[in-house]
Design a protein around this ligand. Structure first.
Ligand code: ATP
Ligand code: MG
Length: 410
């Protein structure tokens, strides 16, 4: 029996990689403008980091982690990268530097979820984390970076949903209100919601279970619920953020029921959604996490960030074609073909030849698939010192010297 890629994982084949490289290149360009620095943290970390960082009442920690033991040490493939970046920030005493410290990352994440369109077990995220600023101007910048990056890859018709979930004090009343509204039909909700009800009722609003969502609708849960009443500090912060966004011309829609699936958020939360993605419609999720650095053993440090699912971005942008190489050397003289190909590559061109010296027709067929020009090097050409160069797009063919040949590619 042949071995297949594990369920929920995908090979990214060469003709798809063009889009991936495009996305990362644009990320690099946009993030540079904002003075973000790339950071790469390990793919696996101490399990403890995620239990403390992501939160032990989250789906991620409770059900979705790839955890394994090595020499009695419990390790976990990272389900997200914020905890890892915060760990590195603390470990390398980066809080001693003058703020802000601004990072971005790109890499695979692992969650044991039910695979479906837009949901994999190994998937990729691009994310940013901005440390050390309490003012709402950095929340606005954080959202602006996301919007500008999405625009740079051609996505400018997405919706930014915004909310403030305040601090713990602000949420107390809302949680009680929510629990009261839910208690009459609590028994009909999924097991996850039942345990959320006890441990973290806010998260019920983020449930993906269809039956639960139907029950919320039927019981008019959202219609009857007033939004989180923010304390003066959180409220000022939220108002300032909205003002900044208006000044910066960033469009957003307020969603008072937007909560995020991770425990560490405070104040600002946001998601960026696309209508054309079906039910897995969020491409970006983020928010402020002012307590996480402290929770993980560092000094109190305000921070804000976001992560995007790269597979979901990919699903929204048109598939680019693989780039063609410059020259394909067509010859029945293996030695001369090797020499000419090497010479072209040395000059900086991309070049290929037929390692198997097949018939000219076969070589030309391959050339027309992968190259812009075929350089034909037969007996005549070797004798005369002229190369026959064929433009594979329009099949126009011409004899020329090597010096002429290398000027046809601009
Ligand atoms: P969702 O609500 O879709 O489960 P999430 O709230 O769990 O997302 P985050 O942890 O905030 O997502 O991750 C940010 C982004 O990463 C999501 O908006 C999504 O684009 C992407 N993402 C999350 N989980 C997956 C997955 N299993 N497969 C593919 N992309 C994912
Ligand atoms: Mg999720």
């Amino acid at each position: 029996m042949s071995i297949k890629a594990p369920k929920g994982t995908k090979d990214i084949l060469p003709d798809e990689i063009v889009n991936w490289q495009f996305i990362v290149q644009k990320a690099n360009e946009v993030f540079n403008k904002y003075n973000l620095k790339e950071i790469r943290t390990p793919i696996f970390e101490d399990t403890n980091l995620f239990e403390r960082g992501v939160g032990d009442t989250t789906d991620i920690v409770n059900k979705e982690m790839y955890t394994f033991l090595k020499s009695d040490r419990s390790l976990t493939l990272r389900p997200e990268n914020t905890a890892g970046v915060v760990r590195a920030y603390i470990e390398h005493n980066m809080y001693r530097e003058s703020p802000p410290l601004k990072f971005w990352y790109f890499g695979p994440m692992f969650r044991y979820e039910r695979p479906q369109a837009g949901r994999q077990r190994q998937f990729h995220q691009i994310g940013v984390e901005l440390f050390g600023v309490q003012d709402a101007s950095i929340d606005a910048e954080c959202i602006m970076i996301a919007v500008e990056f999405l625009k740079s890859i051609g996505l400018d018709n997405l919706t930014v949903e915004l909310n403030s979930i305040g601090c713990n004090t602000c949420r107390t009343e809302f949680k009680e209100q929510l629990k009261k509204k839910i208690s009459p039909f609590l028994n009909e909700l999924c097991d996850d919601c039942k345990s959320r009800y006890e441990k973290n009722p806010l998260r019920i609003l983020d449930c993906k279970n269809e039956n639960c969502n139907r029950l919320f609708e039927e019981n008019n849960l959202k219609e009857n619920l007033s939004s989180i009443k923010l304390c003066p500090e959180c409220s000022t912060h939220y108002e300032k953020l909205k003002n900044y966004l208006n000044e910066l011309n960033i469009k957003y829609v307020e969603n008072p029921f937007l909560v995020r699936g991770l425990d560490y958020y405070t104040k600002t939360v946001f998601e960026i959604k696309s209508e054309s993605l079906g039910s897995q419609n969020a491409v970006c999720g983020g928010g402020r996490y002012d307590n996480l650095v402290e929770t993980l053993g560092g000094p109190h440090t305000p921070a804000v960030g976001w992560a995007m699912g790269v597979e979901r971005l990919n699903a929204l942008i048109p598939q680019e074609n693989e780039a063609l190489i410059d020259f394909y050397v067509v010859s029945d003289n293996q030695k001369e073909a090797v020499k000419l190909t090497a010479k072209l590559r040395k000059m900086g061109f991309s070049a290929e030849f037929d390692y198997n010296t097949r018939k000219f027709s076969k070589q030309l067929e391959k050339a027309s698939k992968i190259a812009n020009y075929a350089v034909i090097l037969g007996e005549d050409e070797l004798k005369s010192g002229y190369y026959t160069v064929k433009n594979l797009k329009n099949t126009f063919q011409q004899k020329m010297t090597f010096e002429q040949l290398i000027t046809i590619i601009i």
